[in-house]
Design a protein around this ligand. Structure first.
Ligand code: BES
Ligand code: ZN
Length: 462
């Protein structure tokens, strides 16, 4: 193990330089304008896997963006770790809120990252975290110390729902056969407080349209007599939560798994400082479902949030107009045992039912995903626990998180394997926001920890 760690130490600068190069390619999967860049990113990932020593490196085409595959099978009798990650990123907008270009990575110190952090879209989610695995693999290969088999599957459509990866898994079950999926695309509590993610929320995402009059109208001539679609949409959205921030869609909570009292007590023991939380976000008060703590609200409870809302006049100055149409994008985060298709249908039925006769409404479902919980009493989890304990010098805490990685539930269903969510980001790293960053401490800590995961996992399974 010393050899691997020495190799990592003596190649630190290059590992950083290579990540910065990867971050400078704008691999935005949601926007077709970036198509060539996304494909270029896939090629770059494939190239780095080959250079690191992977065999059978392939850029597997799909109906969307390609999946990069590579493997190193050292002994068919040894366990196989499938590393999953994504090379696509969220759109960088709003651009004017970035302090430096989203695809011109720079390193700056912050209060939370006194050793410096890499500022760029994808630095934490997920290019930086995915690349840690490539570099850890390189270090193990270069020092002849890979203790088990490894397969890499790095996709380019995670941020748009992983539909094609689902199909790829279905039709490549044998190729992807493994004992565990190892993923770094989540966070730890703090740099001095490691944690392992044991749950992710599911997602139901819809776009709604409210149509009123057949054209935009003068808001003086018609205002007061004709339903304004933006007003109506706002009322409809507001009515979907009651005064306790309970979602009012009938049946919404029917399948929600209530977490036991004991587990909730345990959950609330995890380090969390509400004052720091509010200060970091610049808010005077938190808000959420009555009867639950902030930690619970962002992990074990479902939500409904508007992600974007538009219509009417939003340009410079004032224009007096009663718009013909209003739109919104709405996400619902789901918890075990809710099902995204069922929730989407409940939403659709309810939204249609509460629409006043003065407007017409449409609901368009987008991608979704199912929630997951991962067990902690398995060799797979234990190896992660031991690896983090070794490199952080502290026992990691199991923690459910609020984000979604839709493909994880599918790995269970299709490949029949559990995932280990050993991420190294921080919630304050601004993923999906302007000025996303990833701590150098976290990047290197990840690269150092991953080889221990392989070592302990191979040992436990022996
Ligand atoms: N890495 C995130 C998910 C995440 C973030 C999990 C933080 C836990 C903590 C992932 O890349 C992501 O953003 N997923 C999307 C999924 C969606 C686009 C289908 C999400 O959660 O919004
Ligand atoms: Zn993301």
């Amino acid at each position: 193990m010393q050899k691997v760690q020495d190799y990592i130490q003596s190649n630190k600068d290059r590992f950083l330089k290579e990540l910065l190069e990867l971050l400078s390619i704008p691999s935005v999967s949601a926007d077709p304008a970036y198509k060539l860049d996304v494909e270029r990113t896939a090629a770059s990932v494939a190239n780095s896997l080959t250079k690191a020593g992977a065999d059978k490196v392939e850029i597997c085409p799909t109906a969307g963006y390609p999946i990069v595959y590579g493997e190193k099978i050292i002994d068919a009798n040894k366990p196989t770790v499938l590393v999953y990650g994504h090379y696509d990123v969220q759109p960088p907008d709003p651009l004017d809120l970035w302090e430096s270009g989203p695809f011109e990575p720079v390193i700056k110190k912050t209060e939370v990252h006194p050793d410096g952090a890499i500022f760029a879209r994808g630095s934490c989610d997920d290019k930086g975290q995915m690349f840690m695995h490539v570099k850890a693999f390189e270090a193990m290969m270069a020092t002849d110390s890979l203790p088990c088999n490894v397969k890499f599957m790095i996709e380019g459509e995670e941020e748009v729902g992983s539909d094609n990866l689902g199909i790829f898994c279905q039709s490549n079950k044998e190729k992807l056969a493994c004992d565990v999926v190892l993923i770094s695309d989540t966070s730890i509590i703090a740099n001095d407080s490691p944690s392992i993610t044991t749950g992710l929320r599911g997602l139901s995402y819809v776009e709604v349209e409210v149509v009123g009059p057949n054209r935009d109208l003068h808001s003086g001539v018609y205002g007061g007599a004709v339903a304004n679609p933006i007003n109506v949409l706002s009322e409809m959205i507001a009515s979907m939560q009651d005064e306790n921030f309970h979602i009012t869609i009938p049946g919404f909570y029917d399948d929600v798994e209530e977490v036991s009292k004991e587990e909730r007590v345990e959950m609330n023991k995890a380090p969390f400082n509400l004052e720091h939380y509010k200060k970091d976000l610049g808010i005077a008060e938190v808000r959420g479902e009555a009867g639950f703590t902030t930690q619970e609200r962002i992990s074990i409870r479902p939500t409904l949030d508007v992600n974007g809302i538009w219509g009417g006049y939003t340009g410079e100055g004032a224009k007096t107009v009663l718009p013909s149409k209003a739109f919104a994008k709405i996400s619902m985060r789901l918890v075990p045992n809710q099902n995204s298709h069922k929730i989407t249908k409940l939403f659709e039925d309810y939204f249609n039912s509460i629409a006043p006769a003065s407007v017409k409404v449409k609901v368009r479902p987008h991608h979704g995903g199912e929630p997951v919980v991962t067990p902690t009493n398995t060799p797979e989890y234990k190896a992660a626990h031991m690896a983090m304990e070794k490199t952080f010098g502290k026992s990691p805490i199991p923690k459910r998180e609020g984000g979604s990685i839709p493909i994880v539930a599918l790995f269970e269903d299709v490949l029949g394997v559990k995932s280990v969510l050993m991420g190294f980001g921080l919630d304050s790293d601004s993923i999906h926001s302007p000025n996303e960053h990833y701590g150098l401490f976290n990047y290197y800590k990840g690269i150092e920890t991953i080889p221990y995961y392989y070592k302990y996992y191979a040992e436990i399974k022996e």
